[in-house]
Design a protein. Structure first.
Length: 287
C-alpha cells in the first residue's frame, strides 16, 4: 500500500452517465477519498457492484472491479475477501439492489462479519428503471406503478443490520463530502463488516427526498451525546423514526472479523494443490 496515493488515482477514464446532480457523484468521491486516506491504492482494492445506478461505480473507479448481477454483490465481495485477505474489498449497492432482491445476502453478510465495507446509495427510488418505489420508499410515495402509494412500511436497513448482529452501522449524506468521507474511512478501518447507508438523492425521479429535505432533516450524531458503543442507545435512535441520523449509529469495539475468527488469513491463490484438508473444510463451510 502506498502513503502518497491521491483520491484521483482511483478515478477511471470512463465518464459517469448518472444524471447531473445525482447524489452518487458525491458518494463515489467520498469512497475514493476514504480509500486513499486509509493508505490503499488501486492495486490492492477490489470494488464489487450489482445492478442499478450504483452498479456502474466499479466502471468509474480505477481498481480491480466486478459488475455482478442484481442483489448478488455481497457474496461476491465476501468470496474475494476470503480468497485474498490482503485486498481491500468494498461493495457498492443501492437500496433496491441491497434491501430487496439482495436482502437475504445482506442479512448473512452482516452476521458473518467478513472484513469489508458496504456502501449503499439509498435514494428511496428505483432510478435506473425510471422511478418505481423501492424498499425504502415512503408508504405514501406515489409513482407510475404505485399511484396510491406503496401501502407498505419502508424497510429500515439500519434496524435490519442491528438485528442481524452488525458490528458497524453508519449513515451519511452524499452532499456532505467531508463527513461522508470520514464515515466511509471509519467503515474501512473497522475490523469486520462495515455498513454505510448513504442518503444519495435522485434528482430525476424522487422530488420528495431531495437535497433540501435531507439538509433540513439530518441530525449529526457527533453533535449529540450518542455513544456508538452503546447498543441500546443505537437501537433507540434507529427505531425512533423521527429524525434522520448521520454518523456512526453502532460500533462493536470488540468485533472479530470472520476470517480471523476462523483462521482463514492465507491468500487462497498461494495455497498449493494438496492443501491440508482442514483448510479446505473451512472453505466448504463458508460456502
Amino acid at each position: 500500500m502506498s502513503s502518497d496515493v491521491r483520491f484521483i488515482d482511483f478515478k477511471s477514464d470512463k465518464q459517469p452517465t448518472w444524471c447531473p446532480g445525482c447524489g452518487d457523484f458525491g458518494t463515489m468521491n467520498g469512497m475514493m477519498k476514504a480509500l486513499a486516506e486509509t493508505g490503499n491504492d488501486p492495486d490492492n482494492t477490489f470494488i464489487v457492484a450489482g445492478i442499478g445506478c450504483s452498479g456502474k461505480i466499479g466502471t468509474y473507479m480505477h481498481s480491480y472491479a466486478l459488475h455482478g448481477v442484481h442483489g448478488r454483490a455481497l457474496p461476491v465481495g465476501a468470496g474475494v475477501k476470503m480468497a485474498n485477505p490482503e485486498l481491500e474489498v468494498m461493495v457498492a449497492g443501492g437500496d433496491g439492489d441491497g434491501y430487496s432482491i439482495g436482502a437475504g445476502h445482506f442479512i448473512h453478510a452482516v452476521r458473518r462479519n467478513v472484513d469489508m465495507s458496504y456502501v449503499v446509495m439509498d435514494n428511496r427510488i428505483y432510478g435506473l428503471t425510471k422511478g418505481q418505489a423501492s424498499p425504502t420508499s415512503r408508504e405514501d410515495f406515489e409513482t407510475s406503478t404505485s399511484p396510491d402509494g406503496t401501502n407498505m412500511a419502508p424497510v429500515n436497513p439500519l434496524a435490519l443490520a442491528l438485528a442481524s448482529g452488525a458490528t458497524f452501522i453508519a449513515q451519511s449524506f452524499s452532499s456532505d463530502s467531508q463527513r461522508h468521507t470520514e464515515l466511509v474511512r471509519e467503515a474501512i478501518e473497522h475490523d469486520g463488516f462495515g455498513l454505510v447507508n448513504v442518503y444519495s438523492p435522485c434528482v430525476t425521479f424522487n422530488d420528495v427526498d431531495t437535497y433540501d429535505y435531507w439538509r433540513d432533516s439530518i441530525v449529526d450524531l457527533s453533535e449529540t451525546d450518542h455513544d456508538p458503543s452503546d447498543e441500546d442507545d443505537a437501537r433507540e435512535r434507529i427505531m425512533s423514526g423521527d429524525r434522520e441520523h448521520v454518523g456512526i449509529l453502532y460500533q462493536d469495539p470488540d468485533s472479530v472479523p470472520y476470517g480471523r475468527r476462523e483462521g482463514m488469513d492465507q491468500n487462497m491463490s498461494e495455497i498449493p494443490d494438496g492443501a491440508p484438508e482442514d483448510a479446505m473444510d473451512l472453505v466448504r463451510e463458508f460456502y
